[in-house]
Design a protein around this ligand. Structure first.
Ligand SMILES: Cc1ncc(COP(=O)(O)O)c(C=O)c1O
Length: 381
């Protein structure tokens, strides 16, 4: 074996010994497994109105966008979705990217200028972390949801441009950032607030408009929102939403916007239908909230260390990475898909089962899946 491949093998062996092997499992379209691992929170990925809108655009435009947004990729479907997203989120303008990851890279970089200080929550998603890195700006990581630490970081950098970077509903434990307090602190110090609403869009806030809207910050001139279109909206793509001047800045300078083929029109049209359904989706959100409460009650009642979720992400701490892997595998064998979070994907040393609740899963299957999770915890402990 070539040296470099042997070196990779040795590294894979070390990961395996630490219980950190990752494997891909192809999913069949008719997979019978009960899904508590995906992010299709409202069940819109397969909604007939969503797939019909995508199918119509597929026939009209073909498979791909055929170019980047500034060349041939900006279809009427993209602009219609951006108008709808801006209206829903209560902002001047919204700009669609081909993923939430790329939207975050562009947003963080676009908000920095020479001497900018980025103040980033310790639980932030990898895409925000990478955005901070790519921006080249000095980044201070503050303890999770610690408003006093953010205030201290800003106070220690008087006169410097600064951006507070946070998620709203965190992808790790499903808790909600103290957005109103963070905004107040940021404003006091003349800093901007960047919020990744990935796990809150469609799930929380008035008409599902997300965590920023729920905190009363929609349209604030010093707030920029990002989100993925791949979770509650069931599609793919990302969005940056905020003041028109900032969106213009990204159109003209955002590298992950400019040098990337636009998301496929069919996906964009499907997401637009999903936005309509999500805005009208109070009944789905009520069902989702009821399921989350049921899960927390049942798992907590069985003695499992379960988080206190503010959205549809629930984390259950596992004794270690091997135990988390075994627990998730046992659930899968019994027909239940759960997420398994281990370092280095976790911001601390804790391994977790990560459950994502969806209103689209059959209710009886969901309830049975909770029993399976509890039974498998006993088997592997
Ligand atoms: C908080 C958060 N931000 C951004 C992303 C990236 O979004 P996308 O999958 O659309 O790249 C994810 C996960 O997918 C996420 O959980």
């Amino acid at each position: 074996m070539a040296d470099w491949l042997a070196a990779l093998d040795r590294r894979a062996e070390l990961r395996a010994r630490a219980g950190l092997t990752r494997t891909l499992r192809p999913r069949a379209a008719d997979d019978p497994v009960v899904d508590l691992a995906g992010n299709d929170y409202l069940g819109l990925a397969t909604h007939p109105e969503v797939t019909a809108a995508a199918a119509t655009a597929l026939s009209a435009y073909g498979l791909g966008a055929t170019g980047s947004r500034l060349v041939r990729g900006s279809t009427e479907a993209h602009h219609a979705l951006e108008d709808d997203l801006a209206d829903w989120l209560g902002v001047d303008r919204a700009l669609v990217f081909s993923s939430g990851y790329l939207a975050n890279l562009a947003a963080v970089r676009g908000l920095t200028q020479p001497r900018t200080l980025l103040v980033s929550d310790a639980h932030n998603h990898a895409s925000l972390i990478d955005g901070c890195r790519i921006s080249g700006a000095e980044t201070l990581v503050t303890p999770h949801a610690d408003v006093a630490a953010v205030a201290a970081a800003l106070a220690a950098a008087p006169g410097r441009p600064a951006v507070v970077v946070t998620e709203s509903v965190f992808s790790v434990d499903g808790d909600l950032a103290p957005l109103a307090e963070l905004h107040e602190v940021a404003r006091r110090h003349g800093a901007l607030l960047l919020v990744d609403d990935a796990h809150a869009l469609g799930v929380t806030g008035p008409a599902g408009a997300g965590g920023v809207a729920a905190a009363g910050l929609a349209g604030a001139p010093d707030v920029v929102v990002t989100a993925t279109l791949s979770k509650a909206l069931g599609g793919a793509g990302g969005v940056v939403a905020g003041p028109a001047e900032f969106v213009r800045h990204l159109v003209e300078t955002g590298r992950t916007f400019i040098f990337d083929t636009a998301p496929p029109p069919a996906v964009v049209a499907g997401v637009r239908a999903a936005v309509r359904l999500a805005r009208d989706g109070d009944a789905l959100r009520a069902e989702l909230a009821d399921r989350v409460a049921t899960a927390v009650r049942r798992l907590g009642g069985a003695g499992l260390p379960v988080s206190a979720p503010d959205g549809a992400v629930i984390s259950v701490t596992a004794p270690g990475p091997e135990a988390a892997t075994a627990w998730a595998a046992a659930c899968r064998e019994r027909g239940v898909a759960v997420g398994c979070f281990r370092p280095p994907s976790t911001p601390d040393s804790r391994s977790r089962l990560r459950l994502t609740v969806s209103a689209g899963v059959d209710r009886a299957d969901f309830e049975r899946a909770l029993d399976v999770i509890v039974e498998c915890a006993r088997e592997v402990s």
